[in-house]
Ligand binder design. Structure first.
Ligand SMILES: [Zn+2]
Length: 167
């Protein structure tokens, strides 16, 4: 386990953990999701890009662990539990609430940039437009995000996670 992981860990998430990948991206972590590549290619990616692998595959876990890299095999099965387990495994103590941490697209891992809400008026529901100041667009898939109920729900989850990271 290298200290280089601590500041800005980057992840690769193995099959069956797609929702975990989405959440990590929304928390601001560079996170790849690989559901359909061979173990050999996945190992190559982990080693070359210095990514932390999160996997449910015990055999793959042991193969990577023997190479001395940080690989996480969650024992919890609930999404919140898995997130707490892997963030603790990376010695992360706190994640800023959104929109502060909102820098990556949950769908594709692309970077987000801030846009004037008037420029995305057609993509924001009519009833939320008046209540927001800023919107965010993905540089890759062009999806638009705004500070609405979805973000409030993620912040409730983040508060629970932050509480558990401290204890
Ligand atoms: Zn995107």
């Amino acid at each position: 386990m290298s200290l280089a992981y601590n500041n800005h860990p980057v992840f690769v998430i193995d099959a069956m953990l797609g929702n975990i990948a989405k959440k990590l991206r929304l928390f601001g972590f560079d996170t790849k999701y690989e559901s359909n590549i061979s173990d050999d290619l996945l190992i190559k990616e982990v080693l070359q890009q210095k990514r932390i692998l999160v996997t449910k595959d015990r055999q793959l876990y042991h193969r990577l662990k023997s190479k001395g890299v940080l690989v996480i095999l969650p024992s919890r099965i609930d999404e919140t539990g898995i997130l707490i387990e892997l963030l603790k495994g990376c010695q992360i103590k706190h994640i800023d609430l959104l929109p502060n941490s909102l820098t990556r697209c949950g769908m594709c891992n692309g970077s987000l940039y801030t846009v004037n809400k008037n420029s995305v008026i057609k993509e924001i529901p009519y009833n939320v437009f008046d209540h927001i100041d800023t919107a965010y667009r993905c540089t890759n898939c062009l999806k638009v995000y705004w500070n609405g109920t979805h973000i409030s729900h993620i912040n409730i989850l983040l508060e629970e996670i932050n509480y558990n990271l401290k204890v």
